[in-house]
Every structure is written in structure tokens, then in C-alpha cells.
Design a protein around this ligand. Structure first.
Ligand SMILES: Cc1cc2nc3c(=O)[nH]c(=O)nc-3n(C[C@H](O)[C@H](O)[C@H](O)COP(=O)(O)OP(=O)(O)OC[C@H]3O[C@@H](n4cnc5c(N)ncnc54)[C@H](O)[C@@H]3O)c2cc1C
Length: 248
């Protein structure tokens, strides 16, 4: 059973009609970058809760979640309507193993996200760990429409701070791609070699660890492509080359 805390909305950002970030104040226990909390609202006698990854790094407050409003969803349309000052429930602890602590150090860290899956990586990249452990970090963010490329300011700051050690590859599947963007799905650009050409680095078992976060289709197709290259899923008992977190 969850222990619940009350959280207060202290800020919100509406990126698109569907895409929202909420900033929350709550006395959450210590957590690792990459972990998720459970967020809930009461619906009469029922408490409707769902997991959300934390976007803020562990030493940064306020807490932050980033989500897509699913019109038929039980929680997100109500979450998206919350204004500053509103109260909601948050689990007292964060959970999850999709963290850098669970990853084998290699030369290159590849981070694949669809949509709101980006947030979990912003939490990690705001800590010292990836920059101490990996020579280079490649962040690949797949969205359908250009306006879904959220958090451009934080990504620009990573570029400024880490230069060539950080490579950001935005991919757009339904709009025309603009300058510095790539047309297609992440998995199409992985299959045709475009991601590796752009990064100037091959994805190999010797050099790479890959993390995948987001929708089931991207994860299923990316896993198959990585396994063709000889990468295996990481297990505690059997160190491998990729880890994943599926949102839906
Ligand atoms: C470990 C973990 C971490 C997660 N972190 C995040 C996060 O940081 N941000 C985030 O947006 N979501 C995240 N999710 C998904 C989130 O928990 C909810 O499932 C999602 O927000 C939908 O909730 P809902 O109650 O509105 O819809 P539900 O009533 O739960 O679902 C309604 C339908 O919508 C589908 N659906 C769920 N999410 C999406 C989506 N994004 N796009 C299209 N269809 C969808 C469901 O599969 C279902 O068929 C995470 C899930 C897991 C397991």
C-alpha cells in the first residue's frame, strides 16, 4: 500500500494543448534520477493514481512532472486542469530501477525517448553522474509534431555546458522537420544509420549503453534493432547493453 503525502501545485507550464508540466511542493523522500512517483486525485471514494517520472534532478526543487493529456484517461485530463495552489496526492517515496545506478559504464550513453519520456533523462543529465561516467551522451527525442519538442532551454544549457560531449537529435514523425531536426521515427533513423552518422558514433556492445523510455512500439522496434547489433537487455545477474521503461 502507498503512503501518500499532500503535494501543492506551485507552477505549471502548458507546452501544447495536450502537453503539460506541473511543479509540485511536497516533502518527498530522497530519490535517484530516473525514478518515478505515484500521483493521485480522489474521485469520490476512489483514489486514482498513476506513475510519473520526476523531471527535476534529485537536488533540485520544486518537484516536476511532465505528461500528455489522454482525453479518455482517468487521471490526466483532471491533472491538466489543476492550477497553482491546487492540492493532489503524491507517493511518499519514489520507485524504479530505470536509473544510471543500474547501468554498466561504457564510452557512450544513448538515451532514446518518445514524447514525455524525455523528462526522465533531464533529471539524469542534471546530475554529475553521466558526465563523470561516459565520454559522450546522445539524447534522441522522438515527437510527432515540432511543438512537442519541450524543454528546449534545458537542452540548450546542456549543449553550452558539455559541448561535443552532448549530442541532441530531435526526430519529428508527422510535421516537416526544421533545421537541426530529423524527419521520421526514432526507429527508422536507427535502422537506416542516420542517428549514428549524426552522432559520429556507432552503437556497439563494446562502446554503448542504450536507455529507452516511452511508448511500447518504439521500445519493441528499438530492442529488435539493437539486438541485431549484438546488444542484450541488461539484467542484474547478466550485465547487458540496454535498459527500458515503458509508459504505455
Ligand atoms: C513507470 C512509469 C512512469 C511513467 N511516467 C510518465 C510520465 O512521466 N509522463 C507521462 O505522460 N506518462 C507517464 N507514464 C504513464 C502514466 O502513468 C499514465 O498511464 C498516463 O498518464 C495516462 O493516465 P490516464 O489515467 O490519463 O489514462 P488511463 O486511464 O490510465 O489510460 C487510458 C488509455 O490511454 C493510454 N495511454 C496512456 N498514456 C498514453 C499516452 N502518453 N499517449 C497515448 N495513450 C496513452 C493507455 O494505454 C490507455 O489505453 C508512466 C508510466 C509508467 C509505468
Amino acid at each position: 500500500m502507498n503512503d501518500w503525502l499532500t503535494a501543492t501545485v506551485v507552477g505549471r507550464h502548458q507546452w501544447t494543448a495536450q502537453l503539460v508540466s506541473l511543479h509540485l511542493d511536497a516533502p518527498l523522500a530522497e530519490f535517484q534520477a530516473g525514478q518515478y512517483v505515484k500521483i493521485a486525485l480522489d474521485d469520490g471514494p476512489e483514489r486514482v493514481g498513476r506513475p510519473y517520472s520526476l523531471v527535476n534532478s534529485p537536488d533540485v526543487r520544486p518537484l516536476e512532472i511532465h505528461f500528455t493529456t489522454v482525453p479518455e484517461g482517468a487521471l490526466t485530463s483532471r491533472l491538466a486542469a489543476l492550477e497553482v495552489g491546487a492540492r493532489l496526492w503524491i507517493s511518499a517515496r519514489a520507485n524504479g530501477l530505470f536509473t544510471l545506478e543500474q547501468v554498466v559504464t561504457r564510452r557512450h550513453l544513448w538515451l532514446f525517448a518518445t514524447g514525455t519520456g524525455l523528462g526522465v533523462y533531464l533529471s539524469m543529465l542534471g546530475t554529475a553522474a553521466p558526465w563523470q561516467r561516459f565520454e559522450r551522451v546522445m539524447l534522441v527525442h522522438g515527437v510527432r509534431y515540432t511543438d512537442e519538442l519541450a524543454y528546449a532551454d534545458r537542452i540548450a544549457a546542456l549543449r553550452t555546458n558539455y559541448g561535443d560531449r552532448f549530442c541532441f537529435i530531435p526526430t519529428i514523425s508527422r510535421d516537416a522537420a526544421g533545421a537541426g531536426q530529423f524527419a521520421g521515427r526514432i526507429t527508422e533513423l536507427l535502422a537506416n544509420g542516420e542517428l549514428e552518422r549524426t552522432a559520429g558514433a556507432a552503437i556497439t556492445p563494446a562502446d554503448s549503453h542504450c536507455m529507452m523510455c516511452g511508448n511500447a512500439e518504439m521500445i519493441k522496434d528499438a530492442r529488435a534493432l539493437l539486438e541485431e547489433r549484438g546488444l542484450q537487455r541488461h539484467k542484474r545477474s547478466e550485465p547487458g547493453h540496454y535498459t527500458l521503461e515503458q509508459y504505455h
